[in-house]
Design a protein around this ligand. Structure first.
Ligand SMILES: [Fe+2]
Ligand SMILES: [Fe+2]
Length: 161
């Protein structure tokens, strides 16, 4: 589920990059709003549920600390973007830099943290289920439609069958 989120956000960032060439402000702020919402939920899930479990399971507090600092950096740019509009100075640059930071962060997670967690035999199924539940609740709280979310939608549908 976490890697699916990563992919989704990466796609949104490349959509924004395309809009930089030829796109209106409205499209830009809609993409940026999606990026910010996705990232806020994703970092929340990781910090609340996934990271503490991984920290306990693996012996690498530096890796976990750095991930948290990277989240804090991202949250700072997200907050700035939420207060800004596309015609503000540095708007595009902030989105681009956020994308680069997230790209780096995702590489660390997928290349280092996730493999370590797997090796430590973390119960990823159980964690995934807990995170999905929390994700739905957070999406609802933020007024997002769970049906727009591929990952959230699949199990939700299965559950109603
Ligand atoms: Fe992540
Ligand atoms: Fe993360």
């Amino acid at each position: 589920m976490l890697t699916a989120d990563h992919k989704k956000v990466k796609k949104l960032f490349s959509e924004f990059a395309k809009l930089q060439e030829e796109g209106g402000d409205e499209e830009k702020s809609s993409i940026v709003e999606q990026i910010c919402n996705e990232l806020k939920i994703h970092t929340e899930l990781e910090e609340e549920i996934f990271y503490p479990a991984v920290r306990k399971a693996i012996d690498d507090s530096d890796l976990m600390d750095e991930a948290l600092v990277e989240h804090a950096g991202a949250k700072d740019l997200i907050a700035q973007l939420e207060d800004a509009s596309p015609n503000n100075d540095l708007y595009d640059a902030k989105v681009t830099v956020l994308g680069e930071q997230i790209d780096h962060h995702v590489k660390e997670e997928e290349g280092s943290m996730f493999p370590k967690a797997k090796k430590a035999k973390l119960d990823t199924e159980a964690l995934g289920a807990t995170m999905l539940k929390r994700k739905m609740a957070l999406m609802e709280k933020m007024g997002m439609n769970a049906e727009d979310d591929d990952e959230a939608e699949k199990p939700a549908r299965a559950a109603t069958r």
